[in-house]
Design a protein around this ligand. Structure first.
Ligand SMILES: Cc1ncc(C[n+]2csc(CCOP(=O)(O)OP(=O)(O)O)c2C)c(N)n1
Length: 560
């Protein structure tokens, strides 16, 4: 007869395809049931944080729920940083864990419910009689509130016989909340007013974030930009949401080019769709000028920045469609207020040192980023890519120089919680979510070393579809820039130069030490080889720490 663990596994299997994690006493029976009785693909990670990161990256890359699993105690506490990141980033996933027996804690148990709660995640604990229903409730909670949710199996309950697994028909199906329609008379009046404002605007800008992508609003926002003659811009997480790029000013904030940000500052009307307007997006308050009328459209309960002068609560796609209806009814299709050529000039980034070397003889990361960006775009196999990024000073390079086709093709797992060290385990999650795409990791040497346990997972799972770019400056560069330059002791900020190419080779990848731009020809050769015939490639780029990204200079300025 099926056990409680089998009830959890079989019910989960009705709603998800992938589980990532590490095995131990607390989840052995769950994994046994998953392997024997379901079609779910289980992927072993090498650190429990990695299991949660992979499930998180899977959702970000596909919008499909995945699960992680860990044993009780040390396995569970190893997940906490990754769990906090998923909470802060509003990423749903299910974390199936073992837990203390119902009879009470053993010496090696900790209060897991309190720990999960402390980082913002709710726990549902299954019992003998309710395991399937409780599993569905956990899935529903994760999807409705867009949060990671813990599903705990007490140790003494895990292998109890629980009878037949209830039929799918008898279980409530998880459902998503209906889109928030701007249909009340108040909302309709606000939409009317915004349509009039846009119709009479001389220099309108539309700024969209990841919320716009989640709402499926890309096409509608593109049509709205066409109808209003607006220039567009996105947040870092919203890159690629607008269908056309020729009137797009790029990312707002420190990743954007100065000239593009200055153009945005001259807007008379800016409408913000599905973007939280954090301090980075807002250039620490400098993005818009006091003369810009800023209207925010979002499902959040209220405006999220003091510069917002008008707020419409609603689903971004529905509000955009309502605006287009009103604007096309009055026939107001407009010319853009700047030419495509001017927009392209404004958003162009600094190209880096000619020849690629900084004065200290190491690579200029900007030149490396430009060249890698060109190579990624020039081959069909790398054009179809998902970029996953760890955190650190280097995040600027991918954000500034590598084109992004849509927001689900670029993710920074870790930045919501400001954690480094979640890069390598993002790779298996994105690779499973997008079985045809190349997964490109961008990581520092500091974060790369922290995540090293899952270098093996990245190489094993992504294989020839995987490429890692290590921005190896032999330092915790962000710390050098923020504190070393203030005169704080540098010893703790430095890392011996690590041979990442050698580490990659030790787990079956091809590692290439990149000291000149010509060394990047290895990427061109690799891209030209069919994915099935090539190993994972790691580019160990020996970069100069002296080139500081503009976004980091902005942070230094604000901090001082
Ligand atoms: C888990 C965690 N530990 C420490 C930090 C502090 N921290 C922020 S950036 C950074 C340096 C990252 O170094 P690296 O990955 O080499 O990238 P770089 O800054 O050199 O580009 C550190 C240590 C953090 N954010 N998260």
């Amino acid at each position: 007869m099926p056990t409680v663990s089998a009830h959890v596994a079989l019910t989960l299997a009705r709603h998800i395809d992938h589980v990532f994690g590490v095995m131990g006493n607390g989840n052995a029976h769950f994994l046994d049931a998953l392997e024997r009785s379901t079609d779910v693909t289980y992927t072993a990670l090498r650190h429990e944080a990695g299991g949660v990161v992979a499930a998180d990256a899977h959702f970000r890359a596909s919008g499909r729920l995945a699960a992680a699993t860990a044993t009780y105690g040390a396995g569970f506490t190893n997940t906490l940083t990754a769990l906090a990141e998923a909470v802060q980033a509003h990423v749903p996933l299910i974390l199936v864990v073992g837990d203390e027996p119902t009879s009470g804690p053993r010496p090696w148990d900790v209060d897991q419910i309190a720990l999960a709660s402390a980082v913002g995640a709710r726990t549902y604990t299954v019992g003998r009689a309710d395991a399937a229903a409780t599993t569905v409730i956990a899935i529903e909670h994760a999807l409705s509130y867009r949060v990671p949710t813990v599903l705990a199996i007490p140790y003494d309950v895990a292998k109890l016989d629980a009878g037949e697994v209830p039929d799918a028909a008898e279980l409530p199906a998880p459902h998503l909340p209906a889109p928030l329609s701007p249909s009340s008379p108040f909302a309709a009046a606000a939409v009317d007013e915004l349509a009039r404002t846009l119709a009479s605007a001389r220099r309108p800008v539309l700024l969209a974030g990841r919320g716009a992508w989640r709402a499926g609003a890309g096409e509608a926002l593109g049509a709205l930009a066409d109808a209003t003659g607006a220039l567009t811009a996105t947040t870092a997480l919203g890159r690629g949401v607008f269908p056309r790029g020729d009137f797009d000013l790029g990312v707002t904030g420190g990743f954007g080019a100065d000239a593009a940000m200055e153009l945005i500052g001259t807007a008379d009307v800016a409408v913000v769709f599905g973007a939280g307007l954090n301090q980075f997006t807002m250039r620490f308050g400098q993005l818009f000028s006091p003369g810009t009328r800023v209207v925010q459209v979002d499902i959040a309960p209220a405006a999220t920045h003091p510069h917002v002068g008008g707020f419409i609560r609603g689903d971004v796609r529905l509000v955009a469609a309502a605006l287009i209806d009103r604007l096309t009814a009055t026939g107001t299709a407009r010319e853009r207020w700047a030419s495509a050529a001017d927009v392209a000039t404004a958003r162009a980034q600094e190209p880096g040192a000619a020849g690629g070397l900084a004065p200290d003889g190491r690579l200029d990361p900007r030149s490396v980023a430009v060249r890698i960006g060109e190579l990624l775009e020039s081959d069909p196999s790398t054009r179809d890519r998902v970029v996953v990024s760890d955190g650190g000073h280097f995040i600027g390079w991918a954000n500034m120089y590598w084109p992004v086709a849509s927001p689900d093709r670029f993710m920074m797992v870790g930045t919501a919680y400001q954690s480094i060290g979640l890069g390598f385990p993002s790779v298996p999650g994105a690779a499973a979510a997008r079985p045809d795409a190349t997964v490109v990791l961008s990581t520092g040497d500091g974060g790369g070393l922290m995540a090293l346990a899952d270098l093996e997972s990245a190489v094993r799972v992504a294989g020839g579809r995987g490429l890692a770019v290590v921005w190896n400056d032999a330092a915790y560069g962000a710390e050098v820039n923020l504190y070393g330059l203030q005169g704080l002791a540098r010893g703790p900020m430095l890392i011996p130069e690590v041979d990442f190419a050698g580490l990659a080779a030790s787990v079956g990848a091809r590692g290439v030490v990149v000291r000149t731009l010509d060394d990047l020809d290895a990427l061109a050769e690799w891209a030209a080889t069919p994915a099935s015939d090539r190993p994972y490639l790691l580019l160990d780029c020996r970069i100069s720490g002296d080139v500081i990204a503009p976004y980091q200079q902005e942070i230094v300025r604000v901090n001082s």
